[in-house]
Structure formats: C-alpha cells, structure tokens
Design a protein around this ligand. Structure first.
Ligand code: ADP
Ligand code: MG
Length: 261
C-alpha cells in the first residue's frame, strides 16, 4: 500500500524553481531516506509535503487523498513533522512540550483527557525522557532535545513521520538511539518514516529505500545497495568514494578517499 505519492512536483520560493520533476511512491511501513548534498532541495521538498509552502505544480497524495483537501487537524493526526535542529525554543518543560502534540486529537477548547496523558507517558518512556520530564527544554543537550521533538511528533500517533536531519548534531550513541527507536516503531507498528539524512552509512544501515537528490531533482531511487554506488555518489556529491559491503551484513559501506581536492 502506498502511504504517500508525489507526482511531478515542482516548488520553490518567489517563482525561483528549486525542486522539479519529483515523483515518488512511499510504501506503508517503509523507512525511506532522502539524501543529497547541501542545497539539493531536500528541506524544500519536506516543506511542500508538510504544507508550509505551496507547490508550483504537481500533486501530493496521502493515502490517495490530495493533501490540500485534508483539514489541518486531520493532517496533524496522520502526519508528524519533526523539524530540523532549532535554536529558539519556547520555555516549556519536557512533558508540557511533548503533551502539546496531543492537541490535534482533542476537541477545540477542551482539556486533555486521561488517555492523552497516558499516551504522553508511554512516549516519554519509549524515548528515554522520563527523567527529564520537569526540565525546561531550553536546558537540554542536543540529543535530548532531538528526542523531545520526536516525542512531540509521536504522541500525535501519526502513520507517517517526516524527519529532517534528526541526527546531524548528535554523537554516535544518540544517533543510533534515535534511529533505533524510529526503526523499531516502524517495524512493530507499520509507521512510515520519511527521513532526510546526511550520513550515507547511517542511511545505508537503516533505510530500506533511498532517494538521492541533486539540484532539485531525483538522481537515483531504490534499495540502499542499488542507490549508494560509487558512481551515483560521485555524480551527486562530486566526490570519489569507495563502496564496500558491510562485513556484518549486506549493507553498502562508504569509505572516504582523502587527498582528492
Ligand atoms: P537542502 O535541505 O537539500 O540542503 P534546501 O531545500 O534547504 O536544501 O535549499 C535548496 C535551495 O533553496 C537552496 O539554494 C536555498 O538557498 C534555497 N532556499 C531555501 N529556503 C529558502 C527560502 N526560504 N527562500 C529562498 N530560497 C530558499
Ligand atoms: Mg535541509
């Protein structure tokens, strides 16, 4: 089943075309990586999917329905958008901030119910955030903060989650923590994950499909082994690398070649 389908999408800013000819079909339960160099248009694509900007042309369907015809509340119940690292933060505690994610499920002007608190507890535990619950989010480390953003998205109980470089500022343990949590959830509940990643090896290790973008277009799309090839990486990034099979499995592993510039 296709959760998200994108047809011939183009978009940009002030008539400036940034992405074009984007067509994609994202199957339910997939862990779908979006990769490409800085400025390739990855975040712009996410802005269109999350309806922050309108496309110039093309259509995006969620479960077959044009996303422009979905109400804000319904959209927020189905799709969670986890933003890129943020520097300006509201002065909430962790639990307050996470709980805000329940509001799409609450009647207007109504208080949260017992179930909303229970779901919040469940997600705080899942993301190892219980011990931070009364801390202000402005006082967290990068890894903790990234889990708080993810938690706020997950309490929405979405079927699709969009994550924009959730691991970029984190050490390896925190990177793997975040990705393991999301991956396990995807495997156990069928959550579909669309994720922008910088690290090619992390993408190879976690994603079951990968799309490589360059200058606003799709350069390659498919399995990690099929997409993360020496040729594709050189075409897209302009850097030569070596790609070998991970000895622990069959995932592609990328080695850098110093001294080429
Ligand atoms: P990526 O996420 O792949 O690094 P972005 O989608 O953020 O790339 O940016 C793609 C291009 O769009 C860049 O050239 C960037 O300068 C431009 N761009 C991004 N945001 C805006 C904006 N708000 N207004 C104008 N141009 C923008
Ligand atoms: Mg970006």
């Amino acid at each position: 089943m296709t959760v998200l389908s994108i047809e011939e999408l183009s978009a940009g800013y002030d008539k400036d075309l940034i992405i074009s000819g984007i067509s994609l079909s994202i199957p339910k339960g997939s862990f779908f990586g979006v990769l490409g160099p800085n400025g390739a248009g990855k975040t712009t694509l996410f802005k269109v999917i999350s309806r922050l900007i309108k496309p110039y042309s093309g259509v995006i369907r969620y479960s077959g329905i044009d996303i422009t015809s979905i109400t804000r509340r319904e959209y927020a119940r189905q799709i969670a958008v986890i933003p890129q690292f943020q520097h300006i933060l509201p002065p909430y505690t962790v639990e307050e901030f996470v709980r805000l994610g329940r509001y799409p499920h609450v009647k207007r002007f109504s208080p949260l119910k017992k179930a909303d608190y229970e779901i919040t507890e469940e997600i705080l535990a899942l993301l190892h955030l219980v011990e931070y619950r009364t801390k202000k989010i402005t006082a967290l480390s990068g890894g903790e903060l990234q889990r708080v953003f993810l938690a706020q998205g997950l309490v929405q109980r979405p079927s699709l989650v969009l994550m924009d470089e959730p691991t970029s500022h984190l050490d390896i343990t925190h990177q793997i923590k975040i990705l393991d949590i999301v991956k396990n959830l995807s495997v156990s509940t069928g959550l579909t994950v669309l994720i922008i990643l910088h690290d090619l090896n992390l993408a190879g290790a976690y994603c079951d499909r990968i799309m490589l973008m360059k200058e606003g277009r799709i350069c390659a799309e498919g399995s990690p082994g099929g997409v993360l090839t020496e040729k594709n990486i050189e075409t897209v990034y302009g850097t030569r690398v070596l790609v070998k099979k991970d000895p622990a499995g069959s995932k592609p592993h990328i080695f850098f070649i110093p001294g080429q510039f």
